[in-house]
Design a protein around this ligand. Structure first.
Ligand code: BTN
Length: 263
């Protein structure tokens, strides 16, 4: 246990904390632990570096030493079907945190990319299963210090965006608080409050988007998200729900900007 990341307030999320200098993937470490033992809700893995950081859609996640907060937390949602809403919930909690600690107008690109100044500073990968009971691992990668290499397009660190005196430890303290608060309020109040907060933070709604996934390609205006967190895209007279895949927002020059993997 690393004292600097230990919660400085009571709470279940992050009380069981393991901090590693380097791992393959914090999500994977937690998944393996789950196979071997009873793991309490809120158990958290933080790594200062990942050598095989995983992103959405099978991508990798840029995770160099000491540059970012690479963190995974285990929860036991009432049902496996909740994985989609949890991925939005995590993005809402992250945005609460980043707005409060930096003052930036941070936003969310569907479903859960953390965006500042039109660039991605954070990504979230939620993995879920049912054995031994319904579980979900919320993995977040936040670019905090230094510069994102030029070859990783459309990405930024909080420091590059202008954040000062931000440490990985203080960011985690704030994020643990917000993630726990949002999760508890979701358990009591349900999806609607999360969806409303997500709408307020969204940089996707109202934009023309290109969605690509197992369903093929759809272009249209992103009109809303439904109660499960699916993006509703207007295509002619139909409103098409999209639950997975890549959504790119159309830029003023007509090009579509994909998600970055900065990682
Ligand atoms: C994305 O593609 O936008 C999601 C990236 C998620 C990266 C984080 S870093 C901590 C956790 N461990 C992983 O291997 N991935 C997630």
């Amino acid at each position: 246990m690393d004292e600097k990341f230990t919660r400085d307030e009571p709470g279940w999320l992050g009380q069981d904390l393991r901090v590693f200098p380097t791992v393959g993937s914090t999500n994977q470490v937690l998944r393996e632990r789950l196979k071997e033992e009873n793991v309490p809700p809120g158990a958290t893995i933080i790594a200062l570096e990942q050598t095989q950081g995983r992103g959405r859609l099978g991508r990798s996640w840029w995770s160099p030493p000491g540059r970012g907060l690479y963190v995974s937390t285990l929860v036991y949602p009432p049902r496996l079907q909740h994985a989609g809403i949890l991925s939005l919930l995590a993005a809402v909690a992250l945005t609460d945190t980043v707005r409060r600690v930096t003052g930036f107008a941070a936003g969310i690109k569907w479903p859960n990319d953390g965006m500042i100044q039109g660039k991605k500073y954070a990504g979230i990968l939620v993995e879920a299963g049912t054995a031994p009971i319904s579980w979900a691992i919320i993995g977040m990668g936040i670019n905090v210090t230094g510069q994102v290499p030029e070859e990783i397009a459309h990405a930024i660190t909080l420091e590059q965006a202008g954040a000062e005196n931000l440490t990985l430890e203080s960011l985690w303290q704030a994020l643990a608080h917000d993630l726990e608060t949002r999760y508890e309020s979701w358990l009591i109040e349900g999806n609607a409050v999360i969806i409303d907060a997500w709408r307020n933070y969204s940089v996707t709604l109202g934009q023309i988007v290109l969605a690509q996934g197992p369903f093929g390609q759809i272009t249209g205006r992103a009109e809303d998200v439904d109660e499960e967190g699916r993006l509703l895209i207007r295509h002619g007279s139909s409103l098409i729900p999209v639950s997975s895949g890549e959504v790119s927002v159309r830029a003023p020059d007509g090009s579509y900007t994909p998600s970055s993997d900065a990682g």
